[in-house]
Design a binder for this molecule. Structure first.
Ligand code: XLS
Ligand code: NI
Ligand code: NI
Length: 436
């Protein structure tokens, strides 16, 4: 096999004092933290569409990035070479997982039957590469949003024929994910949303989306696919309003349509900020409602209002995120998928390594900080203390449903003004800084 990244050997842990930009300073996969190795906690994954397929296109211009593995006039040659380059990169980075859309790994042909044949061919090759390297599939998904047939959505399309096409595509994508031993399968809303209410029957579209997901659940059970299904919220882009707006919205949708047993969420940092939340809010909401599944680890830009999908680099965010994830029990089927691409001017293959190394190190630091925060119980104790009055007397009566409006009114009439306590935000923020 050709070598696509000859300038990189393997990325190794060299410790915080290393000046080598092609080494980890904090990510030491075998390091044991709170009873598990860093690799087991973090479950890093490379995302195929950005890392292998992104060529720098933006709304104002075409490709800026040239890759050796794209150098052929035959699209299946390109697919083959890209897959080889991918596994070389995963191995050199020491990343255990990968994620893909069906259309990332094999290009669409003239009809569905031929497209599926192409997929089968590439999937067999991927299966072999997985077996040779020990790299595993974190999740698979389908791209039912790029082709023009999906301009008005997939499951929410006004045309039942497009709905049927999407269903066929998802069926196949679940099959190949199963074939590759995928630990999960993601449904990101693509173009499931609307651009104008003037042409949209919102209730019908939501009902249809739920029907599509229920069909996927039924089919999953039929073929015995054991992976976890995830919905990935995003509030806008490409449509003006995406139906899977945020974690709260997805939770309500899953409850309404009785899908909660079969889905968890895949939370993406940049999508959280587009929704006017932050990453940690979305994670905490999921933990509170037992729906945290996996994470698309990236970041946006404060000053740009779109999904810039940059590599994570904020130590505060990774520290707090890992704190919430660990307190939620950590990942089981999910992991940290770097749904991120290098910038348009980062045109060299080596930039892909810098992007991942930095992201892995910043999450490793976050993990270490979070573990210390958990061991010290600094914030646990603060929270516990703040709510302690719910464990006794009046609070406990309310929680046990032993008091209603009349009892509470009687209590206040007897005791008068409630005693107040400081929220201590500044102190706690200072304490957090102690861990960074
Ligand atoms: C797009 C999404 C997408 C999903 C997978 O904004 O993040 O990349 O993760 O379809
Ligand atoms: Ni994503
Ligand atoms: Ni995104």
């Amino acid at each position: 096999m050709a070598e696509y990244f000859p300038e990189v050997k393997g990325i190794k842990y060299e410790g915080p004092d290393s000046k080598n930009p092609l080494a980890f300073k904090y990510y030491n996969p075998q390091d044991v933290i709170l009873g598990k190795t860093m690799a087991q906690h973090l479950r890093f994954s490379v995302c195929y569409w950005h890392t292998l397929k992104n060529l720098g296109t933006d709304q104002f211009g075409g490709n800026t990035i040239i890759r050796k593995y794209n150098d052929s006039s035959d699209p299946m040659d390109i697919a083959d070479m890209t897959l080889e380059a991918a596994f070389e990169l995963f191995t050199k980075l020491g990343i255990d997982f990968w994620c893909f859309h069906d259309r990332d790994i094999a290009p669409e042909a003239d009809d569905l039957a031929e497209t599926n044949k192409r997929l089968d061919k590439i999937v067999q090759k991927a299966k072999k590469l997985q077996a040779d390297t020990g790299i595993k599939l974190l999740w698979g998904t389908t791209n039912a949003f790029s082709h023009r047939r999906f301009m008005a959505g997939a499951g929410t399309n006004p045309s039942p024929e497009v709905f049927a096409y999407a269903a066929s595509q998802i069926k196949k994508a679940i099959e190949i994910t199963n074939e590759l031993g995928g630990q999960g399968y993601v449904f990101w809303g693509g173009r499931e949303g609307y651009d104008t209410l003037l042409n949209t029957d919102m209730k019908r579209e939501l009902d249809h989306l739920a029907l599509l997901l229920q069909m996927a659940v039924d089919y999953k059970k039929k073929i015995g696919f054991k992976g976890q299904f995830y919905i990935e919220p995003k509030p806008k882009e490409p449509t003006k309003h995406q139906y899977d707006f945020d974690a709260g919205n997805c939770f309500a949708f899953l409850q309404k349509y009785n899908l909660l047993d079969d889905f968890k969420l895949n939370i993406e940092s940049n999508h959280a900020t587009l929704a006017g939340h932050d990453f940690c809010h979305e994670l905490a909401f999921c933990v509170a409602n037992n729906i945290l599944g996996s994470v698309d680890a990236n970041r946006g830009d404060l000053l740009l209002g779109w999904d810039t999908d940059q590599f994570p680099n904020d130590i505060y965010e990774t520290t707090l995120a890992m704190y919430i994830i660990l307190k939620g029990g950590g990942f089981t089927t999910g992991g940290l998928n770097f749904d991120a691409h290098v910038r348009r001017q980062s045109i060299d293959p080596i930039d892909l390594f810098y992007g991942h190394i930095g992201a892995m190190d910043i999450f490793a630091r976050g993990l270490k900080n979070a573990a210390k925060m958990i061991e010290d119980k600094t914030f646990d104790n603060a929270v516990k203390e703040r709510y302690q009055n719910w464990d006794q007397g009046l609070g406990s009566k309310i929680e046990k449903k032993q008091a209603g409006f009349e009892e509470l009114e009687a209590y206040i009439l007897e005791h008068g003004e409630p005693k107040l306590q400081s929220g201590r935000q500044e102190l706690l923020e200072n304490r957090l800084n102690d861990y960074i």
